[in-house]
Design a protein around this ligand. Structure first.
Ligand SMILES: C[S@@+](CC[C@H](N)C(=O)[O-])C[C@H]1O[C@@H](n2cnc3c(N)ncnc32)[C@H](O)[C@@H]1O
Length: 254
């Protein structure tokens, strides 16, 4: 069953990375009672999930991996007061680290990889037997309003890649060998002040970028103005505009 939520305006205005933070919180709250010796995080980015992990597991060493070198440099500096976090440049699809890990986590990141199945297999191999993998995923329905509008306005510029669906994600995890202990599928509608603020926010998140909001060619000024105007007209609600985020969290074991 897909869980639907609606967030009130006051809560969400100007909190650009809120859907990612909500997902990271959901990943951490899904973890069982445990105190692992070490944690591997894949696609750590600006460290929203990393911070939650450091709070939940004080002093446990965390290898925080991200493919973007600049992101890693930025986070290493931002988290310099957390000596237990080791910031590493690496690709989740192939990264192994040294020994196998007792806990691997990832949130709002694996929808970016080019081959989800291969990535899941790599993570499975990197996990200790009896180990835990906690995953938060952004799914296909995320920003569907924007995606549909783009297709209408500039079909030839619509992004080629789409986010994985819930079923595809579950399939990739099971095919890799994981046992699904718990799963949660959610849809949340976030209210932004207006269409311009929404587009600015997703641009600043730099998150769902590539696959959803950005196409294979930039929109012209005219196309962009039409996108803003049409979004405003079609998705106005409760004094703002709505955007959908479809997510899933999985608690997995080996
Ligand atoms: C939206 S951020 C999520 C950051 C953080 N996990 C959070 O919950 O806020 C996605 C991050 O995934 C990283 N990423 C994308 N593809 C990756 C890959 N193949 N391997 C490792 N990191 C990747 C991006 O560089 C980006 O920093």
């Amino acid at each position: 069953m897909i869980e639907k939520r609606f967030s009130a305006a006051a809560e969400t205005y100007d909190r650009h990375a809120r859907p990612q933070l909500t997902l990271a919180q959901s990943v951490v709250s899904m973890l069982p009672e445990m105190y692992p010796e070490q944690i591997l995080e894949l696609g750590a980015g600006t460290g929203q999930l990393t911070r939650l992990l450091a709070e939940r597991f004080p002093e446990v060493p965390i290898d925080a991996v991200d493919v973007a070198e600049k992101m890693v440099e930025h986070s290493r500096d931002k988290f310099r007061r957390f000596p237990q976090i080791n910031w590493i440049v690496g690709d989740a699809q192939t990264y192994r680290g040294g020994n196998r890990h007792p806990l691997i986590v990832s949130s709002s990141a694996l929808h970016w990889v080019s081959d989800l199945r291969e990535t899941c297999e790599n993570i499975f191999r990197s996990l200790e037997s009896e180990g835990t993998f906690a995953l938060g995923m952004m799914l296909k329905g995320t920003l569907k309003e924007l995606h549909d509008l783009r297709e209408e306005i500039a079909p030839e510029k619509t992004p080629e890649l789409t986010l994985p669906s819930y079923a595809e994600t579950e399939e990739a995890l099971e095919a890799a060998g994981f046992r699904i202990e718990r799963k949660k599928h959610s849809e949340e509608q976030i209210l932004y002040a207006d269409a311009k603020a929404f587009l600015k926010a997703i641009h600043e998140q730099g998150v769902t970028g590539g696959k959803v909001s950005a196409g294979n060619a930039p929109l012209t000024r005219t196309e962009l103005s039409r996108l803003v105007a049409d979004y405003q007209e079609n998705f106005t609600s409760n004094g703002g505009v709505l955007a959908t985020y479809e997510t899933a969290t999985f608690l997995l074991s080996k």
